[in-house]
Ligand binder design. Structure first.
Ligand code: ZN
Length: 133
């Protein structure tokens, strides 16, 4: 894995949270995007080396809505950038890791993404992402 690509934060109110993070980071969000297949609205912030993804549910049965119901707002996932997502999936499967869904999907911000099941990763939801070129 190359680096932490971004940290995903689950929020209830995207408008309010975008304003909050704009104040916090002193920067405006460079992209807001709905991922219809995941029923989420995302907003991205970045500085020189770090990136934050805010995630809000666009539908009550979104995984983000369920996460917030269970755990409240907060850190939802850590995303690692990978060079070749298929190679990483098979490497990690060989190591015994379990995926939420083994097939990469089109995620936000021009990425193919896949998630490891948090039951095998100390309760942390891990995303692997590969830039679509
Ligand atoms: Zn993410």
């Amino acid at each position: 894995m190359k680096k932490v690509e971004h940290i995903g934060i689950a929020v209830k109110d995207m408008t309010a949270s975008k304003l909050l993070f704009e104040k916090l980071l002193g920067a405006t969000s460079y992209k807001t995007e709905e991922v219809e297949s995941e029923k989420v609205i995302t907003a991205f912030f970045k500085n020189e080396t770090s990136k934050i993804e805010l995630l809000a549910a666009s539908h009550p049965d979104s995984a983000i809505a369920k996460f917030i119901d269970k755990k409240g707002e907060g850190i939802h996932h850590i995303a690692f950038e990978v060079e070749n997502i298929e190679n990483e999936i098979s490497r990690l499967k060989d190591e015994g890791f379990v995926f939420v869904d083994e097939l990469p999907k089109k995620g936000a911000d021009n990425k193919r993404v896949v998630f490891l099941h948090p039951k095998n990763t100390n309760g942390v939801l891990i995303e692997l992402c590969q830039e679509i070129k």
